[in-house]
Design a protein around this ligand. Structure first.
Ligand code: PMT
Length: 404
């Protein structure tokens, strides 16, 4: 996606207004054009100069400010906005948005804008939980706006509760996802697995692998951006979970298997990007195994093959996508897995290819289907994920699914 999109950032008068400066800086670094509108009250918390220095644009506060090109600024800005995000959104400004009040630059531009709109509330818990505020937020949701829920935490007023501005990484996700206007996966349920499994040996040791979860997370991010309802079943990972993605944490292959058995019937699309342990210890020692002999043999037993099970239980409407991590004979091994495990698509990656595999932000993949195989160049995992989703969307269309 071309990054020269215009993000209009509305800032209303709450203590979290200072966090809007970091958000602006992050968006500028990602290549977006950011236009800032502040309420008069917001300027009490942070100076417009901060945003002017970051964006290289004048910050708009007053509706009656004269602009050099004589344009009606709130209308021209509203027309230029690709996405409108309000950070922080106070109870007051939320109420105004909900009822179409337009008495300053922020509210007039907001009312005039037809682009996707994102509201990031931040306020005292009592104000947030007040039924009036909740009702206003429900109204905004009904009008199709995205509400990035605040977190629980320590608030500026000294209370501890819900009302802390959501993490900036989540707000950035919501902004970038909104910039994908087509939502072909709307109404589709997607389950993606990511990360490693850990197979216990004793209370302190386990067998695992180097999967970071990045590939599965990139697939989840794109699925969400394309409108799907996404559940990520993941092993031990330390990566940021994308905005709006439901998660279920598991440890072992058996736990992952149970999670899929419980949830897969409802899914329209299943992607298995996790690196699942093929074997586990026959017996998990109750106490730490003591060091005695010079060598030690551990008896292992086979784990359930989850992808195989999913393939055997696949419903007519479902699309199943597996991965294959190989270090030799990539295509032969991957094709064998695709056929045996009844996958619609099999994404093969070779651990030995530069820029591919575990931990890195890129991957080099070959996508296999019953129509043959296509090899792709080294791409970011997000680009790989979008490529996979394009292929899945094509399969859904072939199955006669009507997509949004
Ligand atoms: O997480 P990252 O650091 O970003 O790395 C990404 C990745 C390299 C882990 C990912 O791109 C990948 O290749 N995932 C699959 C790794 C793997 O386990 O490959 P496999 O060839 O052993 O397994 C084949 C398929 O069967 C996989 O979809 C796997 O999830 C599934 N499987 C394997 C064993 C098992 N018991 N149950 C399974 O479901």
């Amino acid at each position: 996606m071309q990054n020269k999109k215009t993000v209009v950032l509305g800032i209303s008068g709450g203590i979290a207004a200072f966090k809007a400066a970091q958000l602006t800086s992050n968006l500028i670094k990602k290549g977006y054009d950011v236009e800032v509108i502040m309420t008069e009250h917001a300027t009490e918390f942070i100076a417009p100069l901060t945003f002017e220095s970051l964006t290289k644009h004048n910050v708009m506060v007053s509706t009656f400010e004269r602009v050099a090109d004589r344009s009606v600024k709130h209308i021209s800005l509203a027309k230029r906005a690709d996405v409108f995000v309000v950070v922080p959104a106070t109870a007051n400004v939320i109420a105004k948005f909900a009822y179409g009040l337009a008495d300053d630059m922020l509210t007039t531009t907001f009312l005039a804008a037809a682009c996707p709109k994102i509201i990031c509330p931040a306020m005292n818990t009592g104000m947030y939980e007040n039924p009036v505020t909740q009702h206003n937020l429900e109204l905004l949701k009904k009008y199709g706006m995205e509400i990035v829920e605040p977190d629980n935490g320590f608030l500026a007023c000294g209370d501890i509760g819900k009302g802390k501005l959501a993490e900036l990484a989540l707000i950035e996700d919501a902004i970038e996802m909104a910039l994908y206007p087509d939502k072909p996966l709307r109404g589709k349920k997607v389950i993606i697995s990511a990360g490693p499994t850990q197979e216990a040996i004793d209370p302190v040791r386990f067998i695992s692998n180097h999967s970071s979860g990045k590939m599965g997370i990139a697939l989840a991010w794109c699925a969400k951006a394309l409108g799907a309802e996404v559940t990520l079943i993941h092993g031990n990972i330390h990566e940021h979970i994308p905005y709006g993605v439901e998660t279920q944490a598991i440890t072992s292959a058996q736990e992952m298997f149970k999670a899929f058995q419980a949830q897969s019937t409802d899914a329209d699309i299943i992607i298995k990007a996790a690196a699942v342990g093929d074997y586990r210890a026959c017996d998990v020692a109750e106490h730490k195994i003591k060091k005695k002999e010079s060598s030690f043999t551990l008896a292992l037993t086979k784990n359930p093959d989850i992808l195989q099970w999913l393939g055997e239980h696949k419903q007519a409407h479902q699309v199943l996508c597996g991965f294959a991590m190989e270090t030799e004979h990539l295509l032969e091994n991957a094709e064998k897995k695709r056929v045996e495990k009844h996958c619609d698509l099999l994404i093969a990656n070779d651990l030995k290819a530069a820029g591919a595999g575990f931990g890195v932000d890129t991957n080099v993949v070959t996508i296999l289907s019953d129509g043959g195989s296509i090899q792709y160049p080294c791409m970011s995992k997000r680009e790989v994920a979008f490529t996979v989703w394009q292929r899945i969307i094509a399969i859904l269309k072939q199955k006669g699914e009507s997509l949004c």
